[in-house]
Design a binder for this molecule. Sequence first.
Ligand code: M6R
Length: 595
Amino acid sequence: MCGIFGYVTNKEEALGPILIAAAERLTYRGYDSVGAATINSGKIDLRKDVGKVDSVAAKYNIAEMRGQRGITQLRWATFGEPSQVNSQPHLDSKGDMVGAHNGNVVNNVELREQFMAEGMTVRSQNDGETCVHAVERYISRGYQFIDAIRLAYGDLQGDYAFVIGRADDDKLYAFKKGSGMVVGLGDGFTCVSSDLPSILPLTRTVIRPQDGEIVTLWADRVEVRSVKDGKQIVRMPETVTESMDAVQKGGYPHFMLKEIHEQAQVARELIHLLDGSPDVQPLIEKMKSARHLYFIGCGTSYHAAMAGSVYFAQLAGRAVIPILAPQFIAQYAPAVGYEDVGIFVSQSGETKDVLNALEAAEARGMTCFGLANVVGSTLTRATSFCLPLCCGYEISVPATKTFTNQVVTFLYLAYRMAGKSTADLARIPDLMVQTIEMVAPQIEAIAKDINEWNDMYCLGYGATYPIALEGALKLKEITYAHCEGMLSTEFKHGPLSAVSKGFPIVFVAGPNDVPLIISGINEVKVRGARTIVVAEEDSRLRANGDDLVVIPKSDAQTNALLAVLPLQLLSYHMSVMRGFDPDFPRNLSKTLTVD
Ligand code: M6R
């Protein structure tokens, strides 16, 4: 997803390296184009194009850019194809102002037509440019800058964060609606960004503006005003204590591999936090007294929600409806009410589909809780209570450690719903370490063997069904191969016809489901499939499957959690063997703040 960064200093300096470094730190969000603008003694220098940060920076010598104010933007195309002209930042008609946004302005097309009819110079299809003209419209009508922004805010529909500067003053202005934005206060400079990682190496003193607030940044101070009445708002700076280690690869070739290896440690921290949390019991009470329970998310977070629903039913005898967020709106929102409880699950806490579902649920009076990794994200602020995932930064686009901690949270809550002691869960982190040790070399060899295939299946049953879906999603996401996740028993109802000699099929087997899985294995094996079975050691599975990837002995629920680790590793190795970058798969973005 797009990312913005703005920087204000009190003297002319080399801003190029600062902007490039900030852009690099935003790359984990996903992007296709890069741009930088500096404002120096009343002149705007703008350089931008499609491509990676290093190549665009080299092609346009961004490092040499100087000024007192700078803006950089990474664009992930939504309005307008990836092209030089659609790249951001954008100028106003006369080239006196420069701005960039992240997010989506949904009435972009209508506004562009209005601007052109009003005689403005519209150069691109991009909605970032629309934000600039929205301000320009009121400046040219004689409004002061803050008032022009307030009026522009009223015209711009959608969710976005926007930063803009004009050539003839010494400030940047930023405002947001629905998208993340953080302001940093440093020694002799201020800055604004879509998120923390691009700010933390510069300063740990931050302000988190809310929707409907306009921030004016000078080199030595910032001022926050309300869009509604233009009045000043007091927002006290906070000091961020989080470590920056998470945004370095720490010796691993990719963030994904590092994050896979961090899973045990973050699970340990999470279990410790949940054990000591006074918030868990009230949450359990609320869930116990709910008429219906919904776990709502998208992508990987939805798979965690599915795993959670299996755990709640199997362990606590409590039915939960796991549902993809947009389908929740279409299917269940009309049926929910104040007696129901929903847990909205999202790593980023900014996924628009999830936030839309939250809004729909709240409109019906449903009690809404969150489960999110990014503290301070919209989801954490918009729900009455949001459990943190405690994973630190997850940079790699494919979610790994946040998935396992979502699943651990649901497992923990299911134990508490069932009135079971959670002491047993303390062994999970060690089991995760053991799993990686046990499977790593074998998985790498299997990845090599099946790497030529562009079609695969990943099958599970019961607690391993969501894990099979998650394994398939990881494989699709970073190998670009087609991999379908499915309930193992469904395979014979159609997909069986796709099987040919050597066709790879991964089975994820729970300890109680071995006979059923053996039937599935034989059905496909006799038709030529290569079967890879992820399970506890079991002589029956060893005798029937082609490869048995052994994970440590545990129980049905923990087994499912552990089984995802070899699947993450399989997708990682296949991606690398294909020459792709697993951290930044093509066309994808870490944070999806669009519909
Ligand atoms: O931030 P979220 O958890 O709400 O994101 C939801 C999905 O976009 C996300 O899980 C996506 O499927 C992952 N990149 C998969 O690895």
